[in-house]
Design a binder for this molecule. Structure first.
Ligand SMILES: O=C([C@H](O)CO)[C@H](O)[C@H](O)COP(=O)(O)O
Length: 210
């Protein structure tokens, strides 16, 4: 069964906990967005894991260097999964995987900004990562002509375990899952909704029905 990951791109621990409390019944993975972690530090990871010990806590570190060191900080704080940039060198990914193995946790490679996301996904999966995120970040989404269809097409041809992030919503989540994504990541579609719980529930039901 495919998983639903809520990406919390809010800026304070208080706001993040309030959102997570509303949507937790419908999601498998709670992602602490990069801006949130930069604003609050690793304390937000600890607070979220304490509040939701039954959920996978995903620290979107987007590590570019010092993979083992940065991953270790997040795992010690309570993260279950951390991200390393696909644009980073293999040594950085391997370092983060080493930390993950030491803690019994996992690494996700984020292909944001990488020219050929599928090629990089196929390269890094052999390094011991859990899955690869085919990701169009917020700036790419706000670029004229952007369509999530490019990620859906990439997921269909990746041939390795992937998640999709970059404007997932109720209109496209079925296509995302049908393309083979094992995780659908939804940020604005949930935290930007008038009723986040209702939005998360609808996404959950759409995934489960696919
Ligand atoms: O990872 C993200 C971005 O880089 C900012 O941290 C987003 O959480 C990710 O793109 C998912 O959010 P939506 O595109 O709003 O669904």
């Amino acid at each position: 069964m495919a998983k639903l990951q809520v990406a919390i791109d809010l800026l304070t621990t208080e706001e993040a906990l309030a959102l997570a409390a509303k949507v937790a019944p419908y999601v498998d993975i709670i992602e602490l967005g990069t801006p949130l972690i930069k604003n609050m530090g690793s304390t937000v990871i600890t607070a979220m894991k304490q509040a939701h010990p039954d959920k996978l806590i995903f620290a979107d570190l987007k590590t570019a260097d010092a993979g083992e060191l940065e991953a270790d900080i997040a795992f010690k704080a309570g993260a279950d999964l951390v991200t390393v940039l696909g644009a980073a060198g293999n040594a950085t990914i391997i370092g983060a995987v080493k930390a993950a193995k030491a803690h019994g946790k996992g690494v996700v490679v984020d292909t944001i900004g990488y020219p050929d996301r599928v090629k990089r996904a196929q390269e890094v999966i052999g390094l011991g990562v859990e899955f690869v995120e085919l990701h169009a970040g917020l700036d790419e989404q706000w670029t004229a002509g952007y369509s999530i269809q490019v990620l859906i097409d990439e997921a269909a041809r990746a041939g390795v375990p992937v998640s999709v992030a970059g404007g997932v919503n109720l209109d496209n989540v079925t296509s995302v899952i049908r393309a083979g994504a094992k995780v659908a990541v939804a940020g604005a579609a949930i935290y930007g909704a008038e009723d986040p719980a209702k939005a998360a529930k609808a996404l959950r039901e759409a995934i489960d029905a696919t």
